[in-house]
Design a protein around this ligand. Structure first.
Ligand code: IPE
Ligand code: IPE
Ligand code: MG
Length: 234
């Protein structure tokens, strides 16, 4: 996309899997399976277009409200995709998991920790996967860490600034979030990257996530490129 402004970091809210499956008379987990394939392809499209980091919302802190069999289906998909994620390491991709993985099953947790460690020095592209992630939870966690340090006398509470919080967010080693793409027709953040989105550009699309394709990504970046980002200036 020569001549276009390319966002360094895009957040994807992978929404609409359930509706996509329902339209086809299939169980919701069928939509999640298709959605996971699109996730994999989107990484490649982003790289081809010159984006350097993409974060995908895979499971929110609120998604535990769903029926147990749907949650189990999503976790099993994750088990299957861990192999693909491992393969990504060979392509110089760094994987960063955002969210509290403590409540996940032990086998998944150990794999995820290992993937993060083993891809730490890859610099070709960064993939963020938000799992049991909530923006409020992320900020609360940062507040708790700072409060503890202040109580222990390690820091002075008066010195706490925006940077102190930024450094404790899951995105601290990623480029600044430039754009959020939400397919499925919903126009809300649903607790995704709420701190980081302060000056991000939002692109809402009617396509359901399993139908998201490279053309959709190109049109979102085209829209982004036409925005005038003022950051409060003129
Ligand atoms: C997003 O698709 C995937 C997850 C939240 C895990 P949904 O499952 O929310 O699909 P819709 O919104 O019901 O269509
Ligand atoms: C947001 O989608 C979470 C993910 C895509 C993982 P939801 O489907 O959970 O969001 P709401 O409930 O429509 O706000
Ligand atoms: Mg949804």
């Amino acid at each position: 996309m020569e001549g276009y402004q390319i966002p360094a970091h895009i957040g994807f809210i992978m929404d609409g899997n359930g509706r996509w499956a329902k339209k086809r008379g299939m169980p919701r987990n069928f939509g999640h399976t298709k959605g996971a394939e699109v996730f994999k392809k989107t990484i490649n499209w982003c790289r081809e277009l010159g984006v350097s980091c993409a974060t995908f919302y895979a499971f929110s802190t609120e998604n535990w409200k769903r029926p147990a069999d749907e949650i189990e289906g999503i976790m099993n998909l994750l088990r299957r995709y861990i192999k693909d994620i491992r393969a990504a390491a060979k392509e110089d991709i760094r994987i960063i998991i955002l969210g509290d993985i403590a409540p996940l099953a032990e086998d998944i947790r150990l794999e995820l920790v290992d993937i993060m460690e083993s891809t730490r020095s890859n610099t070709g592209f960064i993939v963020g996967i938000a799992l049991n992630y909530g923006g409020r939870d992320e900020i609360t966690r940062a507040a708790r860490i700072l409060a503890r340090k202040a109580a222990d006398g390690e820091i002075d509470a008066e010195q706490i600034c925006e940077d102190s919080i930024e450094r404790l967010l899951y995105t601290s080693e990623m480029p600044k979030l430039d754009m959020i793409i939400r397919p499925s027709g919903e126009q809300r953040l649903s607790n995704f990257l709420i701190w980081q989105a302060a000056y991000a550009e939002f692109v809402f699309m009617d396509v359901l996530w399993p139908d998201f394709d490279k053309n959709a990504l190109v049109s979102a970046i085209t829209a982004y490129s036409q925005r005038n980002r003022r950051f409060g200036g003129i």
